[in-house]
Design a protein around this ligand. Structure first.
Ligand code: NAI
Length: 332
């Protein structure tokens, strides 16, 4: 099948071309993000392949459909950037990659914790300058600290296992708990209020939905243990960025590790080093010495990219053959 791959970078191309030796689709790569404005590039392609910062609202989907697109093959697990109701109205199929490497994301969350706690970026910058002093680099032992996990799905449980290995006390909240895994891994379910109050580190591993939007907001920031480290590798919209800034300024939040940002679309995955960052909230966050930001790279491991490519192309093949599409996503 002819597939238009949007928001494609060198690493996407390498992984998709390698996987395609088993699928034999016709891949065309576009660097542009998929939006209403770029949808016409998909003229003549029955399938488009899209990533997290594409913008698949009703207008974009309507345009895609008018150009002959029938399948949206997401190379992501999250699908909050797609108007599923509109896709259904337009008779378009949406498929995703539900799991590609929970390890990639969980391990990146741990990298943010360690980078922040042991002040690795600051230490590295100092050493490169020939400054070998240690003042200002004091961290804390992870051993014995309480780690709160919001969302114990695939990634949350993988993260729980790693933090358990550090000797942390791991607590979690999830409306759909998994007591068997909790017992096997050794974490305990608590209500969200207890998690907010008792955690030294909180890591967010929930999908973005109406219920989880701004889970961290001015009211919940007040409930956090003073000095808490907040880690977000989920979705930017889980945190109200202004309340994070206020919490950091008031020292209620001690540190934040962010792989996602609510307004990242059009910023992350782009080189803005010449023109600068126009988003004042992100620019403010970037000024804090105790904030570590990565540009939505938690998924970026060789294993995850290979799995994403395989599942994405497999989804297209299943659609082409009219086979049951196990990874289809539908409006609820
Ligand atoms: P999953 O579907 O396996 O688990 C999500 C869990 O969150 C479920 O157990 C669900 O019951 C729980 N949940 C839902 N609402 C909740 C709430 N209000 N409070 C507490 N728990 C709640 O998803 P998975 O694979 O673990 O991924 C989690 C999220 O991570 C994805 O939805 C995606 O947004 C994000 N992600 C980020 C990546 C990155 O590169 N930064 C890469 C992959 C995923």
């Amino acid at each position: 099948m002819r597939i238009a791959v949007f928001d494609s970078h060198r690493y996407d191309r390498t992984a998709l071309e390698a996987a395609n030796s088993d699928y034999h689709h016709e891949l065309t790569f576009f660097e542009a993000r998929l939006t209403e404005q770029t949808a016409s590039l998909a003229q003549g392609f029955p399938a488009v392949c899209s990533f997290v910062n594409d913008h698949l609202d009703r207008a974009a989907l309507t345009s895609l459909q008018s150009h002959g697109v029938r399948l949206i093959a997401l190379r992501s697990a999250g699908y909050n950037h797609v108007d599923l109701v509109a896709a259904s109205d337009l008779g378009m199929t949406v498929a995703r990659v539900p799991e590609y490497s929970p390890h990639a994301v969980a391990e990146h969350a741990v990298a943010l914790i360690l980078g922040l706690n042991r002040k690795i970026p600051k230490a590295h910058a100092r050493v490169r300058e020939g400054n070998f002093t240690l003042d200002g680099l004091v961290g804390f032992d992870l051993f014995g600290k309480t780690v709160g996990i919001i969302g114990t799905g695939r990634i949350g449980q993988t993260f729980a296992r790693i933090m358990q290995g550090f000797g942390c006390r791991v607590i979690a909240s999830d409306p759909d708990p998994d007591p068997a895994q909790a017992a096997a891994i050794g974490y305990t379910y608590v209500d969200q209020l207890t998690l907010f109050q008792e955690s030294d580190i909180i890591s967010l591993h929930v999908p973005l939905s109406e219920k989880t939007w701004h889970l961290i907001n001015p009211a919940t920031v007040q409930l956090l243990k003073p000095g808490v480290m907040l880690i977000n590798t989920g979705r930017g919209g889980l945190i109200d960025a202004q309340s994070l800034i206020d919490g950091l300024k008031a020292n209620r939040i001690g540190a934040a590790g962010l792989d996602v940002y609510e307004e990242e679309e059009g910023i992350f995955f782009s080189d803005l080093s010449e023109g600068g960052v126009q988003d004042d909230v992100l620019a403010r966050l970037m000024t804090f010495p105790n904030v570590l930001i990565t540009a939505h790279q938690a998924f970026l491991t060789e294993e995850a990219l290979a799995n994403i490519a395989n599942t994405t192309l497999g989804n297209v093949t299943a659609f082409e053959r009219g086979e049951p599409l196990v990874n289809a996503v539908k409006a609820i």
